[in-house]
Design a binder for this molecule. Sequence first.
Ligand code: AMP
Length: 174
Amino acid sequence: MAADIAELLATLIRDVPDYPQPGVLFKDITPLLADGAAFRAVVAALAAGSADVTKVAGIEARGFILAAPVACTLSAGFVPVRKQGKLPAQTFAESYELEYGTATLEVHTDAFSPEDRVLIVDDVLATGGTAAATANLIRRAGATVTGIVVLLELGFLDGRRKLTDLPVRSLVTV
Ligand code: AMP
C-alpha cells in the first residue's frame, strides 16, 4: 500500500522549475487531484491512523483541498487556516519567516473547543514554518494538536527541525 502511494505520488506530482521564483522546484499536485482513483487513495492514506481526531485543520490554499476530504473520511470537522485578512470574524494571527520576508496565518478564535484533538494537513512540508505557525495558532485557540500529515516532504530542508514537539508523517519524502 505505502509503495503504491509512493509510486502514485512520484508519477502524479509534477515538478515545475523556477516557480514561483527562480531556484524553486515547485511540486504541483494538480495532476494528482485530477485523477479520481489516485485522489481517493491519497485522501485515505492521509487519514489513516487518525480515527481519534475531532477536527482537521487545512492550510490555505492547497491544504484545503486535501484536508476537507480527510475531515469527511474521519467524520471530523474541518477548520480553515487562512492568510491574513481572509477570515471574517475575530482571529488569532501568527507571523513566521519565509525565505524572503514574512507571512501571517490566521484562525478564528472560536474555531476549537478545549476538547478538540486536531490533525494538521498540507500538501508540502518545506522549511516547516507554515506548519509550526499553524500548530501555534491551534494551541492558542485552546485545542490539542495531534500531529501533522503532508503528501510530500522536502527532506533536504529539514522542516521537522521546527516541529520536534509533534508527530510528522509524510506519504513520501524527496
Ligand atoms: P514551509 O513553511 O517552508 O514548510 O512551506 C510550506 C508551504 O509552502 C506549504 O503550504 C506548501 O504548499 C508551500 N510550498 C513550499 N515549498 C513548496 C514547493 N517546493 N512546492 C510546492 N509548494 C511548496
